[in-house]
Design a protein around this ligand. Structure first.
Ligand SMILES: C[C@@](O)(CCOP(=O)(O)O)CC(=O)O
Ligand code: SF4
Length: 398
């Protein structure tokens, strides 16, 4: 891989050990995947933030680094709401370690915003063709598919290295030839809302890590595309997808229809909403409802606020979003919290150990449906936002 004189000097350690290690990681990835060079990036999103997932070893690795990031960089969700962790039932020891992780990242100049939806935040509004080094799989999918920016699914170390160097290796989804669809998915029914998360949950398994192009009867909104991409990345390993006539590259490139065609029918979507035997025969009752996976947009907060206006709920309900979006939507947050639901920032139902205080979770996200059982060992069942709010035991206050 070609390196500039400056990059060579960095690799030789002229700018310190942290940068030497960082560029060494980028060059190693570039050599493995046949990159021709390093390319500048607009921003980075760093994985490996929740103390639940990185533990003391991760904290030690980050704490040993010195220097400052060269591009705007933010963090994946942490293991708790950084301000309301006690209300979530987080132990003080966990909270202390989680704060140490955030402080270690902050000392590198990384913004302590912990979210899987960087694209809603000031300074991270990527655009078509931008090269990024993002990590969280739903964010990677959204950047590549809905925005048409270009990022591989970075790991924590490679995203952090890219942020410190300000560059990433030029391979994978940074290249035109890797962005062409290789499998068609024909959706044989109308979809709306949480049906898109169900579609991703079903189709992801057959698509695997390939690039699909969807042929749909509807034109999904960006929020619906967000939940589709999150579920595709969780049940498969899809980092980029196209939707004929909807996503920017499908519109611009007029892709040839791939020979392989996966057909998704209405019953397959409906099956995702069927509760598992654990609930129906095992008598399991939902004790928590969570929405906001990926983190809620301002529009999603508005919808939930409108649905909960003047109502109260009887069960624990989390509405997950980024702190910046919550601070921009104070009215919606108030209306949601007035019902008894909690607007939870900085974290989520998958990466917070607080989920383990519950046995059975209802979600409206195909990604959470897949991850809550595997990453939290909590039973999960699927519902639309309307079904989730009904399950929370909503009662009219008026
Ligand atoms: C749970 C997840 O959505 C985010 C947390 O990932 P991590 O612990 O920061 O690697 C994983 C992912 O899909 O990127
Ligand atoms: S809310 Fe969902 S998409 Fe966001 S970090 Fe958690 S699991 Fe990933």
């Amino acid at each position: 891989m070609y390196l500039t004189k400056e990059e060579e000097k960095t690799l030789e350690g002229e700018y310190g050990e942290t940068l030497r290690k960082a560029i060494e990681i980028l060059v190693a990835l570039g050599d493995i995947y046949g990159a021709d060079s390093l390319i500048p990036i607009k921003s980075a999103q760093i994985a490996g933030v929740s103390y639940k997932t990185i533990g003391d070893a991760g904290l030690e690795w980050i704490s040993d680094l010195e220097g400052k990031v060269k591009v705007p960089a933010i963090l994946n969700p942490a293991g708790m709401d950084m301000l309301r962790w006690e209300e979530m039932g987080i132990e003080p020891d966990f909270a202390r370690k989680q704060q140490e992780i955030i402080d270690a990242y902050e000392s590198l100049g990384i913004r302590t915003k912990c979210t899987c939806t960087p694209y809603y935040l000031e300074g991270f509004d990527a655009k078509l063709g931008d090269h990024l080094a993002w990590s969280e799989s739903s964010a990677v999918s959204y950047a590549n598919s809905v925005i048409g920016a270009r990022t591989n699914r970075e790991g924590g170390p490679s995203a952090l290295s890219a942020a410190l160097v300000g560059k990433t290796a030029n391979y994978g989804y940074h290249l035109d030839e890797m962005r062409k669809p290789v499998v068609a998915v024909t959706v044989d029914c109308e979809l709306s809302g949480s049906d898109y998360g169900a579609l991703g949950y079903v189709a992801g398994k057959s698509i695997g890590s390939r690039v699909p192009i969807f042929y749909m009867q509807n034109k999904p909104s960006n929020d619906e595309l967000k939940t589709l991409g999150a579920a595709l990345a969780a049940s498969g390993a899809v980092a980029l997808y196209h939707v004929e006539g909807v996503t920017p590259e499908a519109i611009r490139s007029n892709f040839e229809r791939p020979d392989e065609n996966i057909i998704i029918e209405k019953q397959q979507i409906a099956d995702v909403y069927e509760a598992s035997a654990e609930f129906t025969e095992g008598g399991l009752d939902t004790d928590i409802i969570t929405v906001g996976c990926p983190h809620c947009s301002p529009e999603e907060l508005e919808t939930i606020a409108r649905m909960l206006e003047g109502k109260s709920i009887q069960k624990e309900m989390w509405v997950c979003t980024s702190r910046e979006v919550a601070e921009k939507c104070v009215g919606h947050v108030k209306a949601i919290e007035k019902s008894g639901a909690k607007v939870v920032c900085d974290t989520c139902m998958v990466v917070s150990p607080a989920s383990n205080n519950y046995k059975a979770m209802m979600v409206n996200s195909g990604k959470a449906l897949a991850y809550v059982p595997s990453m939290c060992r909590v039973a999960s069942r699927y519902g639309s936002i309307e079904q989730c709010i009904r399950e929370a035991g909503v009662v009219d206050e008026n």
